[in-house]
Design a protein around this ligand. Sequence first.
Ligand SMILES: [Fe+2]
Length: 240
Amino acid sequence: MRIALVSDLHGNMTAVEALEKDLSTHAADEIWCLGDLVGKGPSSDKTFDWAMRNCSVVLGGNWDYGVGRKEFHRDSFYHRQLGQRRLDALSALPREKHVRLSGRNIRVIHGRPVMGRLLNIQDSRDALAAFLQPDFDMLIYADCHRQGARTLGGQIINVGSVGNALGLPMVQYALLDGTPGDAPAPLVTSFVTLPYDNQAAAQEARAQPELPDAPAYIQEVLTGVYAGSMRKSAGQTTPN
Ligand SMILES: [Fe+2]
């Protein structure tokens, strides 16, 4: 069984279209989305609809719950764009998916809010390994928009971000190949880094004058460098 693990689409439909084309070459049995469908980019309605149409598992991320529940007035652009039906669906997304593959217990989450704070893949051993408790062999998450893997008693995998990737401004996602059930067997994780038209994505954002924090988003799309300092200077403190 092959599962494509995608996350953090963040309203970047240019990146999602590149992802869709690439996925068609990998023969995945299922696509799972680890959350943050919306916010940041200019096309949250389209990336939400894509995830709901194509993914058999869709988990909620910090942005999905924050936008869906209208927690921040500054997100009113996204509220208007998405409409109440999509906001209600975002609010109701599940936080976790558990699966047994190749004899391993695998826990899949977005990151926050299951994690109380943003955890990067290089963060302290104890902070990350806690999420393997009580009996998981593998934790798969996203949230920090950078791919990575660690071995800390169990395996910890970060799948990266499709629409707002950091470190490398490409579409980042992962493939997981395993055998359903309890029998011990190989489990293969592959990281995909996919070039896409970053300039077109930036232009899509420029064409939407009401998009909040557009300069920060455009910088991230073009360079892969987190623009948190730009957001803080504008009174914004919600990262990734
Ligand atoms: Fe995110």
